[in-house]
Design a protein around this ligand. Structure first.
Ligand SMILES: Nc1nc2c(ncn2[C@@H]2O[C@H](COP(=O)(O)OP(=O)(O)OP(=O)(O)O)[C@@H](O)[C@H]2O)c(=O)[nH]1
Ligand SMILES: [Mg+2]
Ligand SMILES: [Zn+2]
Length: 363
C-alpha cells in the first residue's frame, strides 16, 4: 500500500489516536487551579523513557515559560514568543513535581513552522508549591523561580481571609521566596469598615510583612505596587475574585487579561483565570497571574515545623519550658503566655492551631 495514501484506514486510525492523545493532553496540561495536575503525564513519562535522544544539543535554545494551558506552553526567547510541546523525551531537573510551570527555564528545539519541542527543564532555584490533590507526595508547582509572592486579598468580609493569607505566607517561606500582602478593593471600604481592615493589616505589619492597600477603581496603591515589583519575577496569588487579574491589567495595560470591566454593581468575578501566565512589566521584571485557589495543601510539610514560619513565635520559643513545645497545651509555654498578654495576636494563633489541625488530619 502506498505510504502517502492520505486516507488509508491505517492513517485515519493513527490520526484519530493522535487527536485523542492531544485531547487527553489538554486535560493534563491545563492548569485548573482546583486539582488538575500533570502528575499522570510525568508518571507515564518515567515508566517509558525514550532510549535515544532525538535532538542535537547545538540545535537547542534557552527560553522562559510564560504561559501554561492546553497541550502546549508558550515560551519567550528574547522577544520572540514560541509555542512548544513537551515530549516523552523531555528531561527535567525537578523530579516529583510538575514537569513545567510558568517561570521555568527550559531548552527547546524548533520542529518546523510554528512548532517546537521542550527538550529539558532546568532545576528550579525557588518554587511556590502546593500538594497535588491526587497525591500528597507530589508537588504542584504554581510558579517556578519567583523572587517574590504577592498575596492578594480583598477588603470585603468574604475575601479577607487571614487563614489563607497565612498558608500562602508559609508556602512562600517554605519555597525560600519573599512575600508581601496586598489588600485590594479599598474603594469598597467606608470609614466604619476601615478600622477592621486596618486591624488585620496591622497584624501582618507587626510581624514584619509589608501590607499595601490598592484599588483598581481609584488607582490607589497601583504605582507603589509597580515599584515593589520592579526587576524581579513576582506572582499574584490569592482567592478567586480578589482582583489579581484586574491589578495585572492596571500594571500591564497591554496584557488585556480577561476580566470584565470594573463595575461596582457586579463584584462577582465572572472571568475566572484558569491558567498561569507570566507578563513582562513595562519597567522591567515579570508578574505572574495565577488561578485563584480556595485552599491548598502545604507540600512536604511537617506540622512540628509549623511554628518556625511564625516569626513572632520563633522569637519566643526558647522561653518555653519544653524544647519540643508545640505551643498548643504545654505548661509554661511562652507563646501561649504571649497570646494571653496580647503580645501575639489571637488571629495568628488561631490560624496556627487551625493549620496544625487540618494538616494533622491529612496525615
Ligand atoms: N470595587 C472593586 N472591584 C474590583 C477591584 N478589583 C477587581 N474588582 C472586581 O472584582 C472581580 C474579580 O476580579 P478579578 O481580577 O477577575 O479577580 P481574580 O483575583 O483575578 O479572580 P480569579 O481569576 O478567579 O482568581 C471583577 O468583577 C473585578 O471587576 C477593585 O479594586 N475594586
Ligand atoms: Mg484572575
Ligand atoms: Zn510553647
Amino acid at each position: 500500500m502506498d505510504q502517502n495514501e492520505p486516507d488509508s484506514p491505517r492513517r485515519v486510525e493513527k490520526r484519530k489516536n493522535i487527536e485523542k492523545l492531544w485531547r487527553k493532553g489538554e486535560a493534563r496540561w491545563r492548569y485548573e487551579g482546583e486539582g488538575e495536575s500533570d502528575h499522570d503525564f510525568l508518571l507515564k513519562k518515567r515508566s517509558a523513557p525514550r532510549k535515544h535522544p532525538i535532538v542535537r544539543p547545538e540545535n537547542e535554545r534557552d527560553a522562559l515559560v510564560v504561559e501554561m494551558g492546553g497541550p502546549s506552553v508558550l515560551l519567550l526567547d528574547g522577544d520572540e514568543e514560541i509555542r512548544a510541546r513537551p515530549r516523552r523525551s523531555t528531561t527535567t531537573g525537578n523530579p516529583n513535581s510538575s514537569l513545567l510551570a510558568v517561570g521555568d527555564r527550559v531548552r527547546y528545539v524548533s520542529a518546523g513552522e510554528g512548532d517546537a519541542v521542550v527538550t529539558h527543564v532546568y532545576p528550579r532555584k525557588r518554587v511556590l508549591l502546593r500538594t497535588a490533590v491526587s497525591d500528597r507526595g507530589f508537588a504542584d508547582v504554581i510558579v517556578a523561580n519567583p523572587d517574590r509572592i504577592v498575596v492578594v486579598a480583598a477588603a470585603t468580609n468574604e475575601l479577607l481571609k487571614p487563614g489563607l493569607i497565612d498558608r500562602y505566607l508559609i508556602a512562600s517561606a517554605m519555597g525560600g521566596v519573599d512575600a508581601f500582602i496586598v489588600i485590594n478593593k479599598m474603594d469598597l471600604v467606608d470609614d466604619e469598615d476601615f478600622s477592621a481592615v486596618e486591624e488585620i493589616a496591622d497584624v501582618y505589619r507587626d510581624v514584619g510583612y509589608t501590607v499595601l492597600y490598592t484599588s483598581c477603581v481609584t488607582g490607589e496603591g497601583i504605582e507603589e505596587l509597580g515599584n515593589l515589583l520592579r526587576d524581579a519575577i513576582s506572582a499574584f496569588c490569592g482567592h478567586s475574585g480578589v482582583g489579581k487579574t484586574s491589578l495585572l491589567n492596571r500594571l500591564v495595560p497591554s496584557a488585556s487579561g480577561k476580566t470584565d470591566t470594573i463595575s461596582v454593581q457586579s463584584s462577582r468575578g465572572t472571568h475566572t483565570t484558569t491558567k498561569s501566565v507570566l507578563y513582562a512589566l513595562p519597567n522591567g521584571g515579570y508578574i505572574a497571574d495565577t488561578p485563584g485557589i480556595r485552599e491548598f495543601g502545604l507540600y512536604h510539610f511537617d506540622p512540628a515545623d509549623l511554628h518556625t514560619y511564625y516569626p513572632e513565635f520563633v522569637a519566643r520559643a526558647d522561653r518555653c519550658r519544653f524544647p519540643s513545645c508545640t505551643h498548643t497545651h504545654e505548661p509554661d509555654c511562652a507563646v501561649i503566655a504571649a497570646v494571653a498578654e496580647g503580645a501575639i495576636h489571637p488571629l495568628r494563633y488561631r490560624n496556627y492551631l487551625q493549620i496544625l489541625d487540618s494538616e494533622r488530619e491529612e496525615r
